[in-house]
Design a protein around this ligand. Sequence first.
Ligand code: FES
Length: 336
Amino acid sequence: MRSIATWGSEIMETIELVVAGTCDETPRVRSFVLRRLDGSSLPSFEAGAHVDVTLTGDDGQALQRSYSLCGDPDARDSWRLGVLRESAGRGGSIAVHNTWLPGTHVRVSAPKNHFPLAASSLPAGAQHVLIAGGIGITPLMAMVHALRKSGEEWALHYCARSRDDAAFVGELEHLAGQRLHLHLDGGNPARGLDVRALISAAPPGSHVYVCGPRGLNEAVIASAASAGWAREHIHHEFFSTAPLAVGDRAFTVRLQASGRCVAVAADESVLDALLREDLEPLYDCKRGECGLCAVPVVSGEVDHRDYVLSDADRTSGRQMCICVSRVRSGDLILDL
Ligand code: FES
């Protein structure tokens, strides 16, 4: 059954599925197999894609969360999600773990992908370098399935505290064989993956894909950038919104079309300020990765914090991603 729901200001078609099975992959990670109620085929998806899930929190409020599809993209009979139970989180993962039992009906969006594999073939000798930290393995699982069929070179570096904490590790050993490199640090990052060495050793023309804790993602992005990698060869997905930066200040954003002024607090994004005022800007990831919230700038010196705009866009200052970027000084006027 399909129906329409809203996700931010976006109209979202949702699909009703049933939990066909669950499996405890680690003490904190459980996987969920979802099927259509009538057993018919699901929409196809590309490796790296996620679905948005509608949940009910402890207080009865609706929650929306995004989870990567971690099965084989070519399997149309079921989808699989892997969810880390975060006791100190905002309640979404707890709701999934507590209420998604076999037979439970759930509502999810069609797959969306802000973290795809490179669209063009790699040059000779280059490889896809996959780097996962913890539950960040989930989108890379789908990439492993896709790359096994592609004939291209690839390797998977999987960082975890211990083998017992590494979800899907047995399955990955089977799927990836010698291409899997486990980095078990025992909780001491100094014993973990040497990101800089890995990036320097990658053959020219390679692409890197990282999904894990913010520190790992940022280390990979910074190492690849400082090694001169083109931005389009550096692919990443963050779990969370960007933390506030020291010195962030309040400012006012004026919307050119209506003349309306909205105050943006020091600890909120422009996007959240507009949503608070019942305005309806487009958005999805809220992490500066999808580009959906980019809007034209009329005036204001933008402090760009996204990962999607081109250098030319940043230099021109004509656009900004309002989920993460701010204004350096003075106020901001947007062409909205
Ligand atoms: S919502 Fe994705 S970049 Fe802003």
